[in-house]
Design a protein. Structure first.
Length: 351
């Protein structure tokens, strides 16, 4: 059985497993019993890096907001393993989801950072969070596939400054309630602005960036990968399977019973005009290699040098077994050349 790699988180002395368990479905698609079983299996397999957020469960709604953190917190307390888990959570960015902030419009202000951090600590039943991330920017930027419409110029005069956000986070780092800080759904310019503020003001450096990255979306490679390597802000890749699309289960418009696509929809980011032909090409490559397409897609992400950890989700034990099996697949240079041939034909169909 292949072993998980340990990879350094930014420039810190903390290492994380090369696979990270994403918990956004806990509390809706997966109940607490199923979540406990999944965390047990991952932990036993050596996956000690868990990612959650104050807004989870997904899809977001008032009734289940925060349930993912609550379930993870109860599991850690029951298992007595908090000191052996690397725990990541996030504060929402500028948003219309007022239920997350008790009726107030969510922003990344010092006041709301304080509210969010204490809320997450309470739900997680812990004194500290290993990695605390800004889920998406406070300023207006195209995210979650919105860049398909092209960049739109916004008036960001009211955006909370990078220095102000980082200074507010630094307070919790100093107090020990946050060990390290990171970003999510951020742009190259945004990452560099946070680095600049940290270096000029002596504030904590961002150690990671959690962005979408998969065979269907390699936009991270244009700008952000260089920053990740040169500035040690490694990628925590989410949606390595393009929300399950790369398994092939949604091919031809299918929506299998019990799948997220059937239960919740929300696949728009992966239903672009060029998505289907690109998907078929990757599925054909997996067939040629005699490998499960999920394994091919996972190892493409896990093997990239700018990836610190590959964040996955699984809704049942069979899916989890396949994720584990991906570690035994050798993703060679020859395979990557074939992947790049497809990428040249269908570049980033689902940004």
């Amino acid at each position: 059985m292949a072993q998980l790699e340990r990879r350094r988180l930014g420039r810190t002395d903390l290492t994380v497993s090369s696979l990270c368990l994403g918990t956004m479905m806990y509390g809706d698609q997966m109940d607490e019993k199923g979540a406990f079983n999944q965390m047990d299996r991952c932990f036993d397999r050596g996956i000690d890096f868990f990612d959650t957020a104050e807004m989870y469960t997904i899809p977001p709604k008032p009734k289940t907001q925060g349930d993912s953190e609550r379930i993870v917190g109860r599991w850690m307390k029951e298992r007595g393993c908090r000191d052996r888990v690397v725990l990541a959570s996030k504060i929402v960015g500028r948003s219309s989801m007022t239920h997350v902030r008790g009726g107030q419009t969510p922003r990344v202000t010092p006041e709301q950072i304080e509210t969010a951090v204490h809320g997450s600590l309470d739900r997680l039943q812990t004194d500290y969070i290993d990695l605390y991330q800004i889920h998406w920017p406070d300023r207006h930027v195209p995210i979650f596939g919105q860049d398909l419409k092209g960049y739109s110029v916004h008036d960001n005069d009211d955006a909370v400054s990078f220095a102000e956000q980082l200074s507010a986070l630094a307070k919790f780092v100093k107090e020990g309630q946050i060990r390290h800080v990171g970003l999510s759904n951020e742009t190259p310019w945004g990452v560099m602005q946070f680095i600049k503020a940290a270096d000029e003001l002596g504030l904590p450096r961002m150690v990671s960036i959690q962005n979408a990255y998969s065979l269907m979306n390699r936009t991270f490679e244009y700008g952000l990968a260089e920053i990740a390597m040169e500035e040690h802000v490694g990628l925590l890749a989410y949606s390595p399977l393009a929300q399950g699309v790369l398994s092939g289960k949604y091919l031809g418009g299918k929506k299998p019973a019990g799948s997220r696509g059937e239960m919740f929809g929300r696949l728009g980011r992966y239903e672009t005009p060029s998505a289907e032909p690109a998907l078929r090409a990757y599925l054909e490559l997996a067939q040629e290699l005699n490998v499960d397409p999920v394994i091919l897609a996972m190892q493409f992400v896990t093997s990239r040098p700018w990836v610190t950890s590959n964040i996955f989700g699984a809704s049942n034990d069979d899916q989890l077994d396949t994720i584990f099996a991906s570690l035994d697949f050798e993703y060679t240079d020859d395979i990557h050349a074939k992947v790049n041939e497809i990428h040249a034909r269908y570049p980033n169909p689902c940004p």
